[in-house]
Design a protein around this ligand. Structure first.
Ligand SMILES: [Zn+2]
Ligand SMILES: [Zn+2]
Length: 355
């Protein structure tokens, strides 16, 4: 099991044991998850880049002269003539004193950061020499007044000194200061992953144009090979997941939560006895088993639940007695639209049961 553990389970299912894979190095469900997330990044990016136009207040009022209409009209919002104006921060009523906060920029900096073009070797942080604290003894002198007049006494202090850290070759080691804030642009993150995949797996290919739609298309076309062979696929999946979260936050939305399909068993033999099937709203595969990674299309899931419902309900009875409430409830709910009519027809004998 351990040598066949899916690499991406550590990214997508951190609380669960990694599922074994069929094809190295990633199981089928995690492959789909990666593709979905790349797709999400593309769609979310396009939504953030092309926001809905702000509503323009274009109401007009008749211009009056001493209570009588002049026949002219004026706009309720004068800026409506030029397409309206985004809400901007008002000036504070408080006097401006030293220590007042710098007024914020009238733009959304996070959005501007995320939408910025790809920059190779983006400055993530300034590098400064690494140091580590080290206890040191410092000798000082001070003047004390003794019986024979003033004299000089030596005192020893314990201090924490900063010692520079050297690497194996004796060079000064440099570390990021950690003073850079704000997200790296989506295009930069994707472009770095594209370069990494190209260098490792497709050395003869040209790099795509570094725009988000082109980069995501390039990644989607090669994600199968990357899942099969790229050693750092988990790092890349984590970066894509992170940038997807940043895009959701910039749009002011939460990630859609998976919906647990309670009371439905998995189709895989011996998979589990507790429902682990989840429906991911964004997935091409309708339902996924979180335990074994089996994927169900909408059709497959529908047929499987229909089959389960038929197994649970004794033939010719409207209600299944003696079964736990969740089983009958699920079966009833699932069969109500399609199955109810044709099942009752061939068994008129069961009618007295109900009345
Ligand atoms: Zn996995
Ligand atoms: Zn399963």
């Amino acid at each position: 099991m351990s040598e066949r553990a899916c690499l991406l389970c550590a990214v997508y299912r951190r609380d669960a044991a990694p599922r074994p894979y069929e094809r190295p190095q990633v199981d089928e469900a995690c492959r789909h998850r990666l593709d979905n997330q790349i797709n999400d990044v593309r769609n979310l990016f396009l939504r953030l880049a092309n926001p809905e136009p702000a509503p323009v207040d274009d109401r007009r009022y008749a211009r009056l002269d001493k209570g009588r209409p002049t026949g002219e009209y004026r706009l309720a919002d004068p800026t409506a003539a030029v397409g309206g104006m985004a809400p901007t921060r008002g000036r504070s009523n408080q006097p401006n004193v030293s220590g007042s906060k710098e007024p914020g920029l009238p733009i959304d900096i996070t959005t501007v950061d995320l939408l910025a073009p790809a920059r190779i070797g983006s400055v993530r942080d300034t590098l400064v020499p690494a140091t580590e604290p080290e206890p040191a003894t410092v000798t000082g002198r001070r003047v004390v007044v003794g019986p024979d007049g003033p004299e000089i006494e030596q005192v020893e202090y314990q201090i924490l000194a900063k010692r520079p850290v050297l690497d194996e070759s004796g060079q000064q080691k440099m570390v990021p200061t950690g003073d850079q804030t704000g997200p790296i642009s989506v295009a930069t993150v994707l472009d770095e992953i594209v370069r990494d995949w190209r260098d490792a797996l497709f050395p003869h290919e040209h790099l795509p144009v570094p725009t988000v739609p082109t980069l995501t298309a390039w990644l989607l076309n090669r994600s199968t090979t990357a899942c099969d062979r790229h050693p750092a696929i988990a790092d890349h999946a984590a970066e894509i997941r992170q940038i997807r979260g940043a895009l959701y936050r910039a749009l002011g939305e939460g990630e859609p939560l998976p919906q647990v399909m309670w009371g439905v068993l998995c189709r895989t033999d011996g998979c589990n006895d507790v429902s682990q099937l989840v429906k991911r709203p964004e997935s091409a595969y309708h339902v996924e088993c979180d335990a074994c990674g089996r994927l169900y299309t909408e059709q497959e899931y529908h047929e499987w639940t229909k089959h389960l419902a038929n197994q649970i309900r004794p033939k010719g009875r409207r209600s299944a007695g003696g079964l736990p409430a969740w089983a009958t409830a699920t079966a009833e709910a699932l069969q109500a639209p399609a199955g109810a009519a044709d099942r009752r027809a061939p068994t008129p004998a069961s009618q007295p049961d109900q009345g």
